[in-house]
Ligand binder design. Sequence first.
Ligand code: DAT
Ligand code: MG
Length: 140
Amino acid sequence: MAIERTFSMIKPDATKRNLTGAITKMLEDAGLRVVASKRVWMSRREAEGFYAVHKERPFFGELVDTMTSGPTVVQVLEGENAIAKNREIMGATNPAQAAEGTIRKTHALSIGENSVHGSDAPETAKIEIAYWFAETEIVG
Ligand code: DAT
Ligand code: MG
């Protein structure tokens, strides 16, 4: 299997509860390596741009409010099959439907405050990494 990079976020609901380390440990324990990381407080413009694919959805305003409500840790993760592996460790979007042992089952509060983001495909991983990181900030 190929070594991949994916984009991950520890969302404001989690950073506010001081879960940056706990969540990063779950990612590392699953074999993913943090090759870039920084803490940002997203502007509305940044959140709207990042989630532009969802702009017609009824929850878009709520999503932007949530993502701009506190700090987010943006990360690049590297490892074998990293994109699918990260989605597996994250669990389902709605924590009520997430499998035992996943980040969302363990830590998420609701479908809107679901603690983490992970890219869903190679194309989105590439776009999302480039949205937040310069190539020189990624150190594998
Ligand atoms: P995922 O984050 O699992 O990739 P997604 O891409 O469908 O899920 O949605 C992006 C984010 O939008 C999700 O993490 C939380 C929010 N969201 C999705 N569906 C929602 C809903 N029905 N109500 C409120 N927020 C929602
Ligand atoms: Mg998504």
